[in-house]
Write a protein that binds this ligand. Structure first.
Ligand SMILES: C[S@@+](CC[C@H](N)C(=O)[O-])C[C@H]1O[C@@H](n2cnc3c(N)ncnc32)[C@H](O)[C@@H]1O
Length: 231
């Protein structure tokens, strides 16, 4: 078994807990998460970081990933639109996970798996070229210049993401922060992706998220970027 001292140290600067959960949300977390959770991602469960058997989980379907799904609006929407794919949602914020679980219970789809934690732990155990589409909707903006290296669009995240993407896989990024657009355009292509679309218009199958609604109310303007994994 791998020596715990060899585990990578990963700083996580976001929130994992918010206000007190409602009773129904606690039920979702105790009952539903156990069924929907993707096993074998945490270091405790998989200390040697064996690749996940995604075919066993999704029956050979194409696999998509949403990173930081927040309250799950987009995750649940996409899962409903595309029952033919397996969708992994990743989110460390417990209140968001609980909200998404409530929506999933109502939607009754069977094609979603959840990693309730940091996407970097998931990247460790995704097989090479496992993903055919990835959504990064409104990643944490980290507006201060000294915090820009915490952003998702840095090699610490992008290189393992690129490894896990199949050639031709689509990466969608939505953001309301002009400087995040700048950094995305600078850092995503060298990680192995080509920009194929940059627009103020969302994708045809888009659903607006809670975060986007707040951004629009506050007068910020979204950018929607699409990249394709080279190869
Ligand atoms: C600004 S919120 C946007 C949420 C949602 N995508 C939306 O559009 O409403 C960013 C989300 O990314 C999540 N996040 C931050 N770091 C993450 C990480 N390392 N792995 C997975 N999710 C992360 C946060 O917990 C938060 O819910």
């Amino acid at each position: 078994m791998t020596d715990p001292a060899l585990r990578p140290h990963r700083n996580f600067y976001g929130r994992t807990h918010g206000k007190t959960l409602r009773r129904s949300q606690k039920t979702y977390l105790t009952e539903d998460l156990e069924v929907l959770r993707l096993p074998g991602v945490t270091f405790d469960e998989n200390p040697d970081r064996h690749p996940l058997d995604l075919a066993a989980r999704f029956g050979g379907r194409l696999v998509w990933l949403e990173i930081g799904f927040g309250g799950g609006e987009h995750l649940v929407h996409m899962a409903g639109l595309h029952p033919e794919v397996g969708l992994i949602g990743c989110e460390p914020f417990v209140n968001g996970i609980a909200m998404a679980l409530g929506k999933l219970r109502a939607a009754e789809g069977g094609n979603v798996a959840i990693h309730p934690g940091d996407v970097r732990d998931l990247f460790d155990v995704l097989p090479d070229a496992a993903l055919s589409k990835v959504f990064l909707n409104y990643p944490d903006p980290w507006p201060k210049a000294r915090h820009h290296r915490r952003r998702f669009v840095t090699p610490e995240y992008l290189l393992p993401l690129a490894r896990a993407c199949a050639p031709g896989a689509e990466l969608r990024v939505a953001t309301d922060i002009p400087d995040y657009v700048r950094q995305t355009l600078e850092e995503v292509p060298p990680a192995g992706f080509d920009l194929i679309r940059h627009s103020g218009e969302p994708w045809a199958d888009w659903i607006s998220t809670r975060y986007e609604q707040k951004a629009l109310r506050e007068g910020r303007v979204p950018d929607y970027l699409t990249f394709r994994r080279c190869g």
